[in-house]
Design a protein around this ligand. Sequence first.
Ligand SMILES: Nc1ncnc2c1ncn2[C@@H]1O[C@H](COP(=O)(O)OP(=O)(O)O)[C@@H](O)[C@H]1O
Ligand SMILES: [Mg+2]
Length: 508
Amino acid sequence: MAQNESNIAVDLRGISKHFGTFVANDDISISIMKGEVHALLGENGAGKTTLMKALYGMHRPTSGKIFLWGKEVDVTDPKVAISLGIGMVHQHFMLVRPFTVTQNIILGMEPTGLFGAIDFLQSRKRVEELSKKYGLLVDPDALIEDISVGMEQRVEILKALYRGAEILILDEPTAVLTPQEIDDLMGIIRNLTVEGKTVIIITHKLKEIKHIADRCTIIRRGKKIDTVRVHDVTEQDLARMMVGREVNFDVPRGPFNPGTVALEVRKVSSLDGRGLPALKDLSFTLQKGEILAIAGVDGNGQTELAEVLTGLRNLVSGNIFLRNEDIKNLTTKDIIRKGLVAIPQDRQKFGLVLEFSVSENIILQEYDKPTFSRNGILLNDAIHDYSAELIEKFDVRPPVPEYKASELSGGNQQKVIIAREVSQNPDVLIANQPTRGLDVGAIEFVHRALIEQRDRGKAVLLISLELDEVLGLADRILVLYEGKIVGELEAAQADEQKVGILMAGGQL
Ligand SMILES: Nc1ncnc2c1ncn2[C@@H]1O[C@H](COP(=O)(O)OP(=O)(O)O)[C@@H](O)[C@H]1O
Ligand SMILES: [Mg+2]
């Protein structure tokens, strides 16, 4: 694509954004061409969202200029952005849950006047047309609370298109999607550009960038590193530019030396939140010194499995033996004391108390131990020293025990959780989607930590929707489908195709 003036859709010129003394964006200039898929790549906290919020009018840049189709614009708020043809789909969706798909899409732009009802039908028709045109399949009359996350995302995209978006910003759109939904989204993005739309996609998944983006701008610590043609670079190149050092995709590991059974799940059945069967007569064993991965498409019982193992959900029948002791229906605290710890799926809801400091989070389960408190009074020096040591060992940044957990990036929040859990010296570690939403640098760290546990003879159960992660880490793979184990593969026999077939309910 020739970079002549006339086909530049968005021109960011020297954008800086300061939050107090902190520089989130430092003099960033990017030209985004009409009809291209432009990826923004950077680690968590690099400043990607901040930059796009400036374009979408959610932040006022501290300095710099924004040009749209060659003309300088002043995007004072998102309404202005929308009127200029810019749409943004945020990381966390912003739909009204008790409303229908159509109601959400037209919200704020409802037809008025005498013929409101008829106009509503017209709006609904328009939604259907857009949905067909771009392959954004949704049920216009379904309630948001009844549809999947992937569907919600389509509704958000439709909402932007309905408002006339020509430039669509997608902030980490695949972080919440299953492999199938990701494929669908890639198709949708392609349809958008075929129709002349410009797409800016924020992601840290290198594979996706290689797959869908034309060009990629790499941002590190608020600064633009480069804009490259995706075709000209490898994933390794992108990773290096993103983190500022070589990233090792293949984490070294010791030989596979499985020991005795650490955890046995025997004929476990349990219900989901709606009272429907989620786990159906599930049985497996986990040995010391192995990483056993549970692969599967989201919603096949992964959440419930993690919950029954960690005391957050009761069993209908069956047993769970930790070594030889039945831990079914014990409280989480008791289970932890007995040597089973977990890295939860939702680190903000279950992993951390966001308003607490890093050190408070680190001693969350141990504050009543004599090392940390006496007569109900916390021993702050001891807590500080202990946390500082873990912070250093697990490379939490910034290395400040008093820092609030909410102020850390996702990757660093995850490091705090891993530091806390692993330091309990557990026999069994359950890692439920431990790298969800993390960038490659942080993923590498988490993977190393899991392998280190395995190499130290601990039993690791990895529950993951990321097939690459499963194939890269597991010694043994179980595939979970509709609440049952439908296949077991040794790492050596497993490949993407075999596991994929089982994940989709097929047979080998
Ligand atoms: N409203 C805000 N106030 C203070 N700091 C912020 C605010 N928004 C973002 N930041 C900080 O700016 C940095 C960049 O954040 P962000 O743009 O969200 O990163 P990314 O999207 O690349 O993960 C982070 O360190 C974040 O903590
Ligand atoms: Mg972001």
